[in-house]
Design a binder for this molecule. Sequence first.
Ligand code: TMP
Ligand code: ASP
Length: 239
Amino acid sequence: MAYEKKEQLYEGKAKKVYATDDPNVVIVSYKDDATAFNGQKKGTITGKGAINNRMTNNLMRRLEAAGIPTHYVEELSDRETAVKKVSIVPLEVIIRNISAGSFAKRYGVEEGIVFDEPTIEFSYKNDDLGDPLINDYHALALKLATQGEIDLIKKYAFAVNDHLKDYMKAIGIDLVDFKLEFGKTADGQIVLADEISPDTCRLWDEKTHEKLDKDRFRRDLGGAEEAYEEVMRRLMGDQ
Ligand code: TMP
Ligand code: ASP
């Protein structure tokens, strides 16, 4: 089925969302815009939109085949994908396998400590508040999700980690940490939504420990374009 782009419903920092003729399907369009620190730092990573679109779709298709429900419907072009229309659960779900970023800073430890077991944490997805850390009880008190939804989200998030770690290991990359978002479909199903890309994951080369993700932009390391292309090349081969 060919989905046609109708009116724009929303513009976020990295994507735009458009309506289609089907009330249960929207089109996401990935931009090259990059932001960090809650939008305070702005820039462009040329080619990022197309890479994040194709990489997300590749991973979502594999996760779906592994039994994790996702919003993915159909890739329409380099930058555009049809996805199920969902209401996003306002929780950023972060899984960590190795210490880095805000974890290392918050707890005063070095980056690169490999954990025996992955950790999970939630942030309240609210730009005005700077996405504060939140626990299950707070999320329930604020009615952001039900206990059943939170339990399901945790189960899916750890399952995503198990699979994603393997996909990355197979291409010589250590999956340090990542952020997921989940959505609720019109019929109340919780599905994996948003994206899985170097914008939302920390990816380190397993041998050199070179950073192959958005930290190159966040930390002004240079070579962000090349890093995104490198991950894409390894993941997709010549596809
Ligand atoms: P953090 O260490 O800054 O908390 O980031 C953890 C992971 O979440 C990292 O892989 C980057 C990703 N992330 C996002 O996708 N969006 C965000 O707004 C932030 C702060 C982090
Ligand atoms: N979500 C952050 C921002 O708003 C980006 C990041 O650090 O990944 O700018």
